[in-house]
Unconditional design. Structure first.
Ligand code: COA
Ligand code: AMP
Length: 633
C-alpha cells in the first residue's frame, strides 16, 4: 500500500480505517460504535469498547508467548547501574504495585500523581494506575514546587508516587523536599505518598502519610486488570498554554491504544520483538507515548535511559546505548543532537561503536533545523526523520511513514500528514490556503484516535483554545505551509509558547512568576533564539517606584525566583531592569518587536506605538548586556 492510498482511506472512510486498526487489539469488548459524539459534542472513538491499557501493554503479550522477551531495559550512567525486565517480570511488578495502590484506596477514576526521575519504577507506577483504571498524572522531575502545587490542586491525586532524588549528571537533586513544599502550598492534600528511596539520598518520611516503596508492597496481593471504557481517561498530562495555569491534557484509553500501536509500525517501522529507544523523559508526552506505552503495546523492547546525550560520560553516550542493545530506531529532540554535535563535531565518537543495528533516526519536540539534519544525515547515511506533534495529540500529526512507504525527506519539513489527520492551512478568516502560502496549521475535525477530547475539568478551555477560532477545525497553535509537493513545513508557534531544549514553556506563565517579585511593577518575558536550546527566555523588568535595591540584586532574585518556582528547566538566566517597556498607545507590550530586537532581525515599529524612544533605550540596553544576537557581536 502506498502512503497516498493509506492516507486517503483514513480521510474518506475514517470509521472503516480505524475499525480495522482497532481489531488488532485484545479488547475485553470489541467496539461496535466506532465514532460518536459525546455530551460535549466532541467526536469520540470506540465509545462502547472495553479494554485495559495495562493488559494490552503486558498481559496479552505473556498470553501470546512473549513472557520471556525483554520489555524494558533500564540503563543509568548517572548511577552506573543497569536492570532489565521481561514482560512477565514487568507485569508481576506492575500487578503488585497496583495492589499497593489499591490497598491505599486507589480505584478506577482516582488520580495518582507521579513525580519521578527516569527510573523504571516511574513506568511501573504508570502501568499500575492503568491496571486499576486509575488516572496518572506524571509531573516532569525538573519542575519546582510551584509547578507541582498547581498540578496537585488541579488533579487532586489520592496518592503521590515519588523518589528521594534525581541525578543530573553528577548533581544529586533531592525530590522529597520539593514534594513536601508543594503539598504544603497546595489546597488539596493527597492521602499518601509512596517514596522510592534511592541510595544517593534518604528522604525523610512523614509518619502516617508517607510510605517507602518496599513498605507499600508488604502483604499486598497482585491486582487484576480493571475493564474500562475506551473513552475513560488513562492519564492527565499538563502542558503550557498561552497564559494562566498549565492545562491538563486528557488522554483516553481506547483511542490512545489503537493510535499508538498503529504508529509503531506505520511511522517507526518497528515490529514486535525489536528494540526501540525514545531518549526523552517520562515527564513529557514523548516519554508517555514512546518510552512507556507504544513500545509495550506493540510487543517491543523499550530503553529507559537515565542520562544525558553528553557528559554521561561523553558525547558517545547515545551511540553506546544503541550499540549495546541493538536499537533499531532512536527518537530524540534536535537539541540533544545539537549538544552532541557541539562536543563531537566530526562524529568521532560515532565511529567507536558498531551501529549497524540502527535503521532510522526520528526527531521531534521542536523544528529540526537543517544544519542538524544535514549533520546527522551525512554522519549516518540513514533516514533522518523529522516529525511534528504535540502533547495534545499524543502522536505525530505529520511524519514520513517509514513502515508504510518511506518517501524522500526534505530539510526543514516534517513530510506528510499522518493518516487520520486532515491537515489544512487556514488564513485569518478560516479559509483554506493553497500550497505555498503560510497560515495557521489546523486539523479538520474529527481528530483521529489518541488526541485529547478535553482539558481536565475545564472543557470550555478546550473549546476556546482549540476549536472556537475556526469552527470545524482544531487549531494547533503552530504556523506553517505545504510546499508544491505537499510537504508540510512547521515554522513555529503563533502564540506565547516557547520551546526550550525541547521543553514546552509559556512566556505568560513565566511572566506571572516574574511579576510576583515584590519589586516588579510589570514585565515581559520573551523567547530568543539559542544555538543549542532552540529558544531561551529573557525577562525585562520595570520596577515599582521607590525600590531601593540595586538593579543587579533584583535581577538575580528574579532569576532565582523562577528557578525556585518553575524549575531549572525554564533556563531563565538573564533578567534586565529597563526604564520602560515598549507599548502601543492602548498599552499592549510589543513582545514580538522585543523578540526581533534580541534576535537581531529587522522590524517595523507599528503606527500605534506609544513612544518610539523606548525601543531605542531597550535596544541599547540589550546591546550593552549582550542579549541574544548581541552576544555574537
Ligand atoms: N530534574 C531536575 N533538574 C533537571 C531535570 C530533571 N529531570 N532536567 C533538567 N534539569 C535541570 C538541569 O540540570 C539544568 O540545571 P542547571 O541550570 O542547574 O544546569 C536545567 O534543568 C536545564 O536543563 P536542560 O535544558 O536539560 O539543560 P542541560 O544543559 O542540562 O542539557 C540538553 C541540555 C540539550 C543535553 C538537554 O536539554 C536534553 O537532552 N534535551 C532533550 C530534551 C528532550 O528530550 N525533550 C523531550 C522531547 S523529545
Ligand atoms: P509539546 O507539546 O511539548 O510536544 O510541544 C509541541 C510543540 O513543539 C508544537 O506545537 C511545536 O511548536 C513544537 N514541535 C514539536 N515537534 C516539532 C517539529 N517536528 N517541528 C516543528 N515544531 C515542533
Amino acid at each position: 500500500m502506498s502512503y497516498q492510498q493509506e492516507y486517503q482511506r483514513s480521510i474518506d472512510h475514517p470509521e472503516d480505517f480505524w475499525r480495522d486498526k482497532a481489531s488488532t487489539l485484545a479488547w475485553f469488548k470489541q467496539p461496535q460504535t466506532i465514532l460518536a459524539n459525546d455530551d460535549n459534542g466532541i467526536a469520540r472513538w470506540f465509545v462502547d469498547g472495553e479494554l485495559n491499557t495495562c493488559f494490552l501493554a503486558l498481559d496479552t503479550h505473556i498470553e501470546n508467548g512473549r513472557g520471556d522477551q525483554l520489555a524494558l531495559i533500564y540503563d543509568s550512567p548517572v548511577t552506573d547501574s543497569k536492570r532489565q525486565y521481561t514482560y512477565r517480570e514487568l507485569r508481576d511488578e506492575v500487578a503488585l504495585f497496583a495492589g499497593a495502590l489499591a490497598k491505599l484506596g486507589v480505584a478506577k477514576g482516582d488520580r495518582v500523581l507521579v513525580y519521578m526521575p527516569m527510573v523504571p519504577e516511574a513506568a511501573i507506577a504508570m502501568l499500575a494506575c492503568a491496571r486499576l483504571g486509575a488516572v496518572h498524572s506524571v509531573v516532569f522531575g525538573g519542575f519546582a514546587p510551584g509547578e507541582l502545587k498547581v498540578r496537585i490542586d488541579d488533579a487532586e491525586p489520592k496518592v503521590v508516587v515519588s523518589a528521594s532524588c534525581g541525578i543530573e549528571v553528577q548533581r544529586v537533586i533531592p525530590y522529597k523536599p520539593m514534594l513536601d513544599a508543594a503539598i504544603d502550598l497546595a489546597e488539596h492534600k493527597p492521602g499518601n505518598c509512596i517514596i522510592l528511596q534511592r541510595e544517593q539520598v534518604q528522604a525523610e518520611l512523614e509518619p502516617g502519610r508517607d510510605l517507602e516503596w518496599q513498605q507499600a508492597l508488604e502483604g499486598v496481593e497482585p491486582a487484576d486488570c480493571v475493564p474500562v471504557l475506551a473513552t475513560d481517561p488513562l492519564y492527565i498530562l499538563y502542558t503550557s498554554g498561552t497564559t494562566g495555569a498549565p492545562k491538563g491534557i486528557v488522554r483516553d484509553n481506547g483511542g490512545h491504544a489503537v493510535a499508538l500501536k498503529y504508529s509503531m509500525k506505520a511511522i517507526y517501522d518497528i515490529n514486535p520483538g525489536e528494540v526501540f529507544w525514545a531518549a526523552s523523559d517520562v515527564g513529557w508526552v514523548v516519554g508517555h507515548s514512546y518510552i512507556v506505552y507504544a513500545p509495550l503495546l506493540a510487543g517491543c523492547t523499550s530503553i529507559f535511559y537515565e542520562g544525558k546525550p553528553v557528559k554521561t560520560p561523553d558525547a558517545g553516550a547515545f551511540w553506546r546505548v544503541i550499540s549495546d542493545y541493538k536499537v533499531k530506531a532512536v527518537f530524540s529532540a534536535p537539541t540533544a543532537f545539537r549538544a552532541i554535535k557541539k562536543e563531537d563535531p566530526e562524529g568521532e565518537m560515532v565511529r567507536k561503536y558498531d551501529l549497524s543495528c540502527l535503521k532510522t533516526l526520528f526527531l521531534a519536540g521542536e523544528r529540526l533545523d537543517p544544519p542538524t539534519y544535514e549533520w546527522l544525515r551525512d554522519l549516518f547515511k540513514l533516514p533522518v526523520i523529522d516529525h511534528w506533534w504535540q502533547t495534545e495529540t499524543g502522536w505525530a500529526i505529520a511524519a514520513n511513514l517509514t513502515g508504510v512507504e518511506a518517501v524522500p525527506t526534505k530539510p526543514g519539513s516534517a513530510t506528510y500528514p499522518v493518516p487520520g489527520y486532515h491537515v489544512c492551512i487556514l488564513d485569518e478568516e478560516g479559509n483554506e490556503l493553497p500550497r505555498g502560502e503560510q497560515g495557521a496549521i489546523s486539523v479538520k475535525l474529527p481528530m483521529p484516535p489518541g488526541c485529547l477530547p478535553t482539558i481536565w475539568r475545564d472543557h470550555s478551555r478546550y473549546v476556546n483554545g482549540y476549536l472556537k477560532q475556526f469552527p470545524g477545525y482544531y487549531v494547533s497553535g503552530d504556523g506553517g505551509y505545504f510546499d508544491e509537493d505537499g510537504y508540510l513545513f512547521v515554522m513555529g508557534r503563533t502564540d506565547d509558547v516557547i520551546n526550550v531544549a525541547g521543553h514546552r514553556l509559556s512566556t505568560g506563565e513565566l511572566e506571572e512568576v516574574v511579576g510576583s517579585h515584590a519589586a516588579v511593577a510589570e514585565c515581559a518575558v520573551i523567547g530568543i533564539n539559542d544555538d543549542l536550546k532552540g529558544q531561551i527566555p529573557v525577562a525585562l523588568l520595570c520596577l515599582k517606584d521607590g525600590v531601593d535595591k540595586a538593579d543587579a540584586d533584583i535581577e538575580a532574585e528574579v532569576v532565582q525566583l523562577v528557578r525556585d518556582t518553575t524549575g531549572a528547566v525554564a533556563c531563565l538566566r538573564q533578567a534586565l531592569v529597563v526604564k520602560r517597556l515598549p507599548k502601543t498607545r492602548s498599552g499592549k507590550i510589543l513582545r514580538a518587536i522585543l523578540h526581533k530586537i534580541a534576535d537581531g532581525e529587522e522590524y517595523k515599529a507599528p503606527s500605534t506605538i506609544d513612544d518610539p524612544v523606548v525601543l531605542q533605550e531597550v535596544t541599547e540596553l540589550m546591546s550593552a548586556r549582550k542579549v541574544g544576537s548581541f552576544a555574537k557581536g
